[in-house]
Design a protein around this ligand. Structure first.
Ligand SMILES: Nc1nc2c(ncn2[C@@H]2O[C@H](COP(=O)(O)OP(=O)(O)OP(=O)(O)O)[C@@H](O)[C@H]2O)c(=O)[nH]1
Ligand SMILES: [Mg+2]
Length: 382
């Protein structure tokens, strides 16, 4: 009874040791996909080599074992994804192009970055020195030196091979069959440990992925909140600016700014610099009859102004915009209620002649009591 049970248990254990995963790594062009094609019994067209993008799984049978092979692209933009497959592998193969010594340094760097990872460290590794059929292939000893193989820890094996198989008649290279035999044995010998390690590594990997995901989410959320805060602040600012204008218009009885109103220029305008004369005077100004000299007590007409401005209007200078002026609000400093402020008896001059002057009808503007002696107004019209 015991022996039947024991045999059944051994059978189950044995059959469970038949399923494992091998990850195939190496820089681009090393021959990973070619190797996998050869292992599954396919032939490869050396002219039709296409770089692998992403990863693909291929199942093969080796003796009694079912092996899942993971092929991951070795291009620079693919290498960051290698680690995603470390946890689920029981063992791995590192493929090297022996005929590309210029890439040995890069190949070595990627090798040591990989072996240093928690989820692959210590798992059996087969290093295949591929493309031995090419005349420029570097010797095995030389390669081992250049790749610093003596610094590798744990269970590893170096094997030279030719992965390329171009016809049905061509036998699979013995370097490949030998290498796979070594790796299968290494896995079988230590399967119990390796299999529970894979289970733990998968849990660890999921945890790491979750942490990385949570971190990314938190960063995205923080960025979104920051954008929302900035948008709210900008909106608040815009409301404040808008609120100032609205208050002016909404307080009943207040004088509101009205840009359509005639500007309130003081009775006697400060001298306005005439627009700079162009090198060639405009046709409207030149040559023209010289303006008659101003008779005493009269002011000459302004250039470009209507000769007789109507009463209450100030002559507009050509090219000079009338400045708009906002009335002060009721209650603000400078506000004068028109109902209480006595109106000035002043009337604007017509052709420089002051109207209803307390001094006399022909008084000069500078004689007016409201004009201080030496004022710019006086200077500008004399
Ligand atoms: N002569 C020779 N050529 C080989 C051998 N193995 C692969 N090649 C050629 O090397 C080139 C690259 O092979 P792939 O298998 O596509 O290389 P890879 O490692 O999968 O490359 P990526 O998918 O870019 O990471 C192809 O043209 C293959 O035919 C070999 O043993 N001998
Ligand atoms: Mg490939």
């Amino acid at each position: 009874m015991f022996s039947i049970g024991h045999n059944l248990y051994s059978l189950c254990l044995k059959s469970s040791t038949q399923n494992y995963t091998i990850l195939v790594l190496g820089v681009d062009g090393a021959g990973k996909t070619t190797l996998i094609n050869t292992l599954r019994g396919d032939i490869s067209d050396p002219e039709a080599g296409v770089a692998t993008f992403g990863r693909s799984n291929v199942n093969i049978k080796h003796g009694t074992a079912d092996i899942k092979l993971i092929d991951v692209g070795g291009g620079k933009n693919m290498r960051a994804y290698w680690k995603d497959a470390f946890a689920e592998c029981h063992a791995w193969i590192y493929v090297v192009d022996s005929a590309a010594p210029a890439r040995f340094e890069e190949t070595k760097r990627m090798l040591f970055e990989t072996v240093g990872s928690d989820t692959i460290e210590g798992k059996p590794m087969l290093m295949l020195l591929n493309k031995r059929d090419l005349p420029e292939a570097v010797s095995e000893a030389d390669m081992a030196k250049q790749l610093a193989c003596d610094e590798l820890q744990g269970s590893w094996h170096l094997q030279k091979c030719v992965a390329l198989r171009t016809s049905e008649e061509q036998k699979v290279d013995s370097g490949i069959t030998d290498g796979i035999a070594w790796l299968s044995k290494a896995v079988s010998n230590d399967f119990g440990k390796l299999d529970s390690r894979v289970e733990q590594d998968i849990i660890l990997q999921k945890q790491l992925e979750k942490e990385a995901n949570d971190k990314r989410k938190a960063e995205r959320k923080a960025r979104k909140e920051q954008r929302e805060r900035e948008a709210a602040a900008a909106e608040e600012e815009a409301k404040k600016l808008e609120g100032g204008g609205v208050a002016l218009q909404q307080n009943p009885g207040e004088v509101v700014p009205d840009s359509s109103r005639e500007c309130c220029v003081p009775p006697v305008a400060a001298p306005v610099a005439a627009p700079e004369a162009p090198a060639t005077p405009p046709k409207t100004l030149a040559p023209g009859p010289a303006p008659a000299p101003a008779t005493p007590g009269e002011l000459p007409p302004l250039v470009g102004a209507p000769s007789t401005p109507s009463k209450g209007e100030l002559p507009a200078l050509r090219g000079v915009n009338k400045p708009a002026r906002l009335e002060p609000l009721q209650g603000s400093p400078g506000f004068s209620d028109p109902a209480t402020v006595p109106q000035s008896p002043w009337k604007p001059p017509i052709n420089g002649v002051i109207q209803d002057s307390p001094i006399g009808p022909q008084a000069r503007i500078s004689d007016h009591p409201n004009v201080p002696p030496g004022s710019p107004v006086e200077a500008s019209f004399q």
